[in-house]
Write a protein that binds this ligand. Structure first.
Ligand code: ZN
Length: 443
């Protein structure tokens, strides 16, 4: 019986397949016209650009009269706007939202979230924040943990199935960490909470096992919190993580701050070091030599003041106090980004936005990172690359995303005016396309 059934189904498929092939739906064609195009790679923009999209891919790019638009193409004229590749945020936490007014009480805020919000609830928060990212022009994110037990994978699946709008997600599942995760010291009875958010390591074998478990759980990349309290993740554990992850083509992102943690991450050969607010020159040199990306999750003085006071208007005195507190931190970040760029460390943009910002949704708040990069001396062109082609390379998606090139996925945004003259224009995408589908087109 079984044999007959198999034979029958093979015959059926052979009959059906050619029939399906005979009447393929020709892909929907869209032509985008705009005053400028910045492709994410080259230094010079293309003027009077026309990008032809077929289905979910870019079919051609041309300038002015050289553009040939085939019949039955929907033409969208974006006027004096600039086309850019969809933005990529290499460091997000879409399933986490802390009260920004508790900037100094983040341990307690994290405990509150993990102890009171289920992963399901957090995935639904992620649906909201993901949509806000996408509408701001962030078409791809690398979501680096703090998403309960695999809530980021659930959100990624929901978006990929078309259940809800959101960016492409490279998910990390739970971050690997030294004992305690990022909670500080908890009493023995509360230890269970830690494993809800982190996978804690106990030697190289457990580190390998943690990577395998993350991949089994659906991770596309591995996140490690190298800094621990009181002890960091060890070099042996870190090497085991990188070895195991790279064996399965998964990249490793290391949260590392300070000489000890950044050195462990760089020596082990991770793919990116997140934050690195404090990092010595010789570690930066090692990063440049090994092509390890720095993801500078920086903010401006204004951002920190806005977060701290929420919608309340601070007095001049209160404002000055916070500004004075933040000054050495901001100056330190600026100095390390300047040194990193001078030493040739590749930079990928990452917001690490997880706090509420008054008057801004998650997408808008995330793009404030560009203002920090500008204040720190990066040019608009450098910032655009950090948030497009560089980030795509860090995520391992450079063959499909990160530039506007023939054959790549049509993740394209448009911003008013010329962002090469003013990088804050990148915060105001009026047109967003993801995989050939128009998400937003505001006149
Ligand atoms: Zn983070």
């Amino acid at each position: 019986m079984k044999r007959h059934l198999i034979a029958f189904s093979v015959v059926s498929l052979m009959v059906i397949c050619p029939l399906l092939g005979q009447s393929p739906d020709s892909p929907h064609r869209i032509a985008l016209r705009a005053a400028r195009l910045i492709d994410g790679k080259s230094d010079t923009p293309i003027m009077n650009a026309v990008v032809l999209i077929e289905g979910d891919k870019i079919a051609s790019i041309a300038s002015g009269s050289a553009a040939v638009i085939p019949p039955e193409t929907t033409v969208i004229d974006l006027g004096d706007q600039t086309l850019l590749p969809g933005l990529i945020d290499s460091h997000t936490h879409l399933l986490s939202e802390m009260n920004g007014e508790n900037l100094t009480l983040q341990d307690v805020e994290m405990l509150r979230i993990v102890a009171t919000q289920s992963t399901a609830e957090r995935a639904l928060l992620g649906a909201k924040l993901g949509r806000e990212d996408l509408e701001a022009g962030i078409t791809t994110v690398r979501d680096l943990g703090n998403s309960g037990v695999n809530g980021d994978v659930a959100l990624r699946k929901a978006i990929n199935r078309g259940w809800l709008p959101g960016p492409r997600i490279i998910a990390a599942t739970r971050a690997l960490a030294a004992p305690g995760g990022q909670f500080g010291t908890l009493i023995p009875e509360a230890q269970k909470i830690i494993e809800q958010e982190y996978v804690t390591l106990n030697g190289p074998d457990s580190a390998r096992q943690a990577v395998r478990q993350a991949l089994y759980d659906g991770a596309n990349c591995i996140k490690v919190i190298v800094n621990g309290s009181p002890a960091d993740v060890t070099l042996d554990e870190m090497k085991a993580i990188v070895d195991e992850a790279h064996a399965y083509k998964a990249k490793v992102a290391a949260h590392a701050i300070g000489e000890h943690a950044t050195r462990i991450a760089a020596e082990a050969g991770v793919d990116s070091i997140e934050h690195a607010y404090i990092v010595p020159d010789d570690v930066l040199k090692m990063m440049a030599q090994k092509h390890i990306f720095l993801v500078p999750t920086d903010g401006t003085e204004q951002t920190f003041i806005d977060m701290t006071f929420g919608v309340r208007r601070p007095s001049a005195e209160e404002r000055a106090k916070v500004a004075a507190q933040m000054k050495p931190y901001i100056a330190g970040n600026q100095d390390r980004l300047r040194r990193a760029r001078a030493l040739g460390v590749p930079i990928a943009a990452g917001s690490d936005m997880y706090l509420t910002m008054p008057g801004k949704n998650r997408g808008q708040a995330s793009l404030l990172m560009f203002e920090a990069y500008t204040a720190e001396g990066m040019s608009p062109q450098e910032i655009i690359r950090a948030a497009t082609s560089n980030a795509a390379e860090l995520l391992g998606l450079q063959d499909r995303l990160g530039t506007i090139e023939k054959g790549k996925l049509a993740d394209i945004i448009a911003v008013p005016g010329n962002p090469l003259n003013d990088s804050t224009l990148l915060e105001h995408a009026r047109f967003v396309m993801k995989g050939g589908a128009i998400i937003k087109n505001e006149k």
